[in-house]
Design a protein around this ligand. Sequence first.
Ligand SMILES: [Fe+2]
Length: 247
Amino acid sequence: MGKQEQTDQRRRNLLWVGVVVLTGIWLTLWSGQTSGSGVVLAQSGTAIASGTAQAMQTPVLPPPACTDPVALTPAMTEGPYYTRNAPERTSLIEPGVKGTKIVLVGYVLTADCKPIEHAWVDFWQADGEGVYDNDGFRLRGHQFTGKDGRYYLETVYPGLYPGRTAHIHVKVQAPNQSVLTSQIFFPGEVRNSTDSIFSTELLAAPLNPATGQLATLSPLASTPAAGQSAQPPTYVFNFVLDVRSGS
Ligand SMILES: [Fe+2]
């Protein structure tokens, strides 16, 4: 190998080393951007829920506050966007869903505060931009409560659309009972005061998922400390159904 060839070979080797190092740096940065909360920031700064979100910790849920009698969950209009036969799932997060990821948890209870096992809970909602999917099942899904009467939903904070404040639609049914159709609202939402069907009886409560303590501020206002992975903003809402024996 001549002197010129040796020089060329050294240059090629250095070039490969550079490519390998730069690729390693890029992969490190990329994996750091997509880990943690599972939420990827689009170029516009709009939070886009990622379909590859890592498994989240199960929120600590306080025992239901059992007053005597427990107030039944009021019914609320179904609205025009319900679609039957949505898939069974506890996460409505999938690639392309727009919005800020949240978790909604709670119990389905009888009026005497007993958990209802295998209650059917069917959610549907607008995405973070206030848009419903009326052709498919995006942001639609049903599930059944466990033995403890709990449900758990991963979704996005619902966006506003004309005339409505932020809300999630829901149908709930204890086994062999009638269906309750209602809606869930969120505290601190400015449009609550101008939505004619908003009800404080249907307000979800912000929850600290690590301690089970109810939070005083909307979790959407909280900002995780730099470098810390944070659970998504978590809300709790308990359903109380009018369960009649023998019906
Ligand atoms: Fe709606």
